[in-house]
Each structure stands twice: as C-alpha cells, then as structure tokens.
Design a protein. Structure first.
Length: 557
C-alpha cells in the first residue's frame, strides 16, 4: 500500500531485537483489540451516523449508478431508519460522511443483517483505524527524536489513557477525526522536511479526508501554509523554488476535499462556509453539568476545556506536557526576539525546532479558536480529542528535556515514574472495563458524580437492559421508563437475546411503568423537569458502579 511509509515496512521486516519487540508489541495490542471490541456498548449517536452513511451511499448510487437493482430496497431501508426523514429533508447534511459511508459499504459487502453485528463491525473498523494511527504516532515522534524508546513510550501513552482506550472502539466521530489528523500531521511533517510531490499528495489526501470528517481538519493546512510563509521570510529564494509544490498541494487538497465530501457537490464555496459557521458554534441549546451546575452549552466558561482535559487525563501526562509546552514556547520566544534583519539568525535554527513549533501550533490553534468563537461544547472535551496527539508529543518532549538536565539519577526516577504511570493506566483499563469512558484521575474521581456528567453517550445502557431482562424473566411484556436524557432503545441494537422484544421503552413519559432507568444525564436542571422525577413507590434494585463512580441505576415499582 502506498499509504504505508517505507519506514513502517522496514520496522516489520527488521531483525533488530528492539524493532522486533516493537513489532510484537503492536501485534499483541492488535490481538487485544480484536478480542474485546464486542465488549463495548453502543453510543446514542451511532444510529444517526449509520443513517447518514446510508443516505450518502444512496445519493452516490443515484448519481452514478441509477439503474442499480437494489436501489429501491436501500431507499426503503432508509425510510425506516429513525433519522431518515431528517436526512432526506436536508437536515444534518453538513456532517462529514466519510467514515459512516465507508462503514455502510463494508456492511453491505459482508451482507450483515443483524443490527448487533452491524454495529460491532463498525466498532472493529473504528479500532483498526485507531490502531493504524498508533503506528503513525510512533513515527511522528521518531522523526523528531531519532530513537525507538521515546516513540514507544509515546505509543504507550497514546493508547493507554483509559478514556481514549475505550472510545477508540466506538467513537466514530471524534476518534476517527483524531486518527485522520494524525495521518495528516505525519505527512505534514514529512512535507515540511522535503517538499516533494509524493509527500505533498499524501498530505493533501489525508488533510482532505480530515476536513471531510470535520471542518477543523482545515487547521492542519493553515499550519503548513504558516510554515511556508515563515520559510519565505527567512529565505527570499525559497518562494520561487517551492511555490509550485505548494500550489500543487493546495489544488490537490481542494480537489480531494470536493471529491470526498458529496455535500459540496452543487455549491462548494457557500456550503463550506455554512459548515464552518455551523460547527464553530453549533446550535445545541441544552445545558451541561459542570462543577455541580447546569450551564448552557453555547455559553461555557473559557476554562471548560482545560478542566476536562485536566480531570480525565493521567496526571503524569499533564506534568510532562507542561514541561514540553513551556520549553518549546520559550525556545520559540528566544528565537523570535533574537531576530535581526542584519544577521543570518532565523526563527528556526534546525528542523527539530520546526517540528516542535508545528506540533505546538497544532495544539494551540483549535484551543484558541474554541475560546474565541465561544464554541458550543458538550460531552467533556471529545470535540477536541484531535489535539490529544499533540499532548502526547509535548509530554514526550518533557521526558526528553528532563533526561537532558543535570539532575542525578534522573533516568532511573523518570523511567520509574513513566513505568508506574503505565501500570496504573493498565490497572484502570482492567478495573473499569468496558467502561473506561467514565475514567477520572485522582483530582476528580471521588466527587465526579456530584460535579460532572458521567456516561453522556449511554454506553452502559445495554447492561441495564440485560439486568431488566433477567429480573423480569417470567413476564411477557415489560414497560420501562427512562428518567434521563440518554434513551435506552438504541442499546437494544447490540443485544442478542430473544427476550428483547418483550421490553417496551416508553421514553420519559410516566405511565406507571414497572421499571425506571436513569444514568443521571440531563439536558437541563432536573429540579425543574418533572419527567425525570422518580416516585417514592419505586425502590432501587440495581446500581452499576465502578470505583467511586455510579454509572446508572434501575428502580422497580
């Protein structure tokens, strides 16, 4: 495959012991992933994502293969999907469909009919793409540090943060976008090192796919153009030598973005502006639970993102990140202040500094954009997961910096801390499995239920359904009410149990149902919402708890 770099092939074919260890590590990680991907529940967004994939597959078939014999059958399927009418009426078309379309095509190729098999297939594809991105993370770090140890630690950091580990199996929006941004960043750095057509084309391809998944993918293009502009300022001849390469990149990027995003087909300029406006401040008028209060999602405090990153990321990552961030920022400031028009001093003294600042910019641009545009956010910091690779890189730079200080026993102490952090990550992954998505570090774990939302996507809802099925085993029909914002009905899609049809989910309407389910996720303060009240005649019979955190509960009449 052309997309697999020669260096990756060399690693797999190497007989060097360290390289062989890395190769077997990646093999082991892959085996773990393909053996546990069915352990995870379904998020409340996944049915919509599948509908989106169906809509665009039908649209493409209608335009290019209008006489396809199964076209009408596909349209009938779309009509029966929950979000089918909204998609056909023109709503939500601005959402990038690349991965959803890709997944539906696989679904049809393998002729999957059962919904649980269909969604588990998508989970498997989700993991595989994340797995590939972990290999690219290895080489992004290796480009900078030229050894295998720091890149390997970077991969361990990347895959073992409990929340990211869990979401790599089912988050088909934020994690997939993050992965394609990783691919884009890798080829961006390759292109900055050597302006050649192959690297620039691959960069334009993955940047286009990233943009098609989420409009913020355009940020990696701006980073590349910023560095081209800086090079031109440093070297007047650079523009004439490289301008055609850059034009090739820009035109390739625009063309590929247009090709892979069918939404742009009839009016690309206006529609991409509409998509940018839509996603920069999405019209979601509900509230989020933040520090024990319900705050409008479109009017969050500036520190929202920083707090969520701080409470859901392993602490050592954050400490090392602060070292890396401050050192790289300081290096850039020194270079900038020392610029002199009459001397040969440059903003970047070498390619390593260019990489460092590129990753720093990759982190800062989205964060500043979210704060300046007051973007609508919900579900923690998942909309900014794509900056997570930069956090990892800057953490590894923090290790690199500390290893080069004059502190005695620095290597032993530092590697011991890294080892203990990874062991703690592994312990949390095992203990929380398959609910690593509710992970909080020690700064917030004990008070998480009182201060923050927990299972926003209802990943654990399937477990509650299984409990109700077992508890009501002898009954023919069972009515269940949901006293929270995340509905139970979607989780039926991954439960293979003949008894599932006896459950009747009545939404939030109180009809005296036998069971009431809640995971304490609300779109506004429940004190002012009667539909979430659980009457006194109901008794708690089930509580799903991991550590100090309650995920969901069931009450029985």
């Amino acid at each position: 495959m052309k997309f697999i770099d020669k260096n990756i092939k060399d690693l797999l074919l190497s007989k060097n012991k360290i390289n062989l260890f890395i190769f077997f590590f990646f093999c082991f990680y892959f085996l773990v992933g393909i053996n546990i991907y069915k352990d995870y529940g379904i998020s409340i967004d996944e049915p919509f994502q599948r509908t989106s994939g169906y809509y665009w597959m039908i649209s493409i078939i209608e335009n290019f293969f209008p006489y396809y014999e199964k076209l009408e059958a596909l349209k009938t399927e779309l009509n029966h999907m929950e979000w089918g009418k909204e998609m056909k009426s023109g709503q939500y078309l601005q959402y990038g469909p690349f991965f959803d379309l890709f997944s539906v095509i696989f679904e049809k190729i393998f002729k999957f009919k059962n919904l649980s098999d269909i969604f588990f297939l998508k989970h498997l594809l989700n993991f595989i793409i994340f797995y590939i991105s972990s290999i690219f993370i290895f080489y992004i770090i290796k480009i900078r540090f030229k050894n295998n140890l720091l890149p390997l630690i970077g991969v361990f950091f990347y895959i073992s943060s409990p929340r990211i580990f869990a979401e790599s199996f089912y988050n088909c929006k934020d994690i997939i976008f993050m992965c394609f941004m990783v691919f884009s960043l890798y080829f961006c750095l390759k292109s900055l090192k050597k302006y050649d057509f192959q690297s620039l084309f691959l960069f334009s391809l993955f940047a286009a796919l990233s943009t098609d998944i989420r409009i913020m993918g355009i940020s990696i293009v701006f980073i590349f153009l910023i560095f081209f502009f800086i090079e031109c300022l440093d070297n007047k001849k650079f523009f004439t030598k490289k301008v055609f390469f850059v034009l090739f990149f820009v035109l390739s990027y625009l063309f590929l973005t247009y090709c892979f995003w069918p939404y742009l087909s009839d009016d690309p300029f206006n529609k991409i502006i509409y998509a940018f406006k839509s996603f920069s401040n999405y019209a979601w008028e509900n509230s989020v639970f933040y520090f024990g209060k319900y705050i409008a999602a479109n009017n969050l405090p500036w520190h929202y993102i920083f707090v969520w990153i701080g409470i859901t990321t392993p602490l050592l990552y954050l400490i090392l990140f602060l070292f890396g961030f401050s050192i790289i920022s300081n290096n850039f400031k020194k270079n900038f202040l020392n610029l002199d028009h009459n001397s040969k001093k440059r903003i970047f003294n070498n390619f390593n500094q260019k990489i460092d600042f590129a990753v720093l910019t990759y982190f800062l641009l989205p964060v500043l954009a979210v704060i300046l545009f007051n973007s609508t956010l919900y579900g923690g910091w998942r909309h900014l997961y794509f900056i997570y690779p930069a956090i990892i890189y800057l953490s590894i730079y923090g290790i690199y910096f500390l290893l080069n200080t004059k502190i005695k026993f620095k290597k032993f102490i530092l590697y011991t801390l890294v080892f203990l952090c990874l062991i703690n990550n592994l312990k949390n992954i095992i203990n929380l499995h398959p609910f690593q998505n509710i992970y909080f570090n020690i700064t917030a774990e004990k008070k998480a239920n009182k201060l923050f939302s927990i299972d926003n996507w209802g990943l654990a809802n399937a477990n509650a359904i299984r409990f109700i099925l077992d508890d009501s085993n002898q009954e023919k029909k069972v009515n269940v009410r949901t006293a929270s914002f995340t509905p139970l009905k979607y989780s039926k899609n991954i439960i293979k149990d003949e008894r599932i049809d006896k459950l009747n989910f009545n939404g939030t309407v109180d009809l005296g149902q036998k069971y009431i389910f809640t995971n304490y996720i609300y779109e506004r303060d429940p004190k002012f919402t009667k539909k979430y009240i659980i009457p006194n005649q109901y008794k708690k019979i089930y509580s799903l708890k991991k550590g100090n955190i309650i995920i969901n509960e069931i009450f029985k009449k």
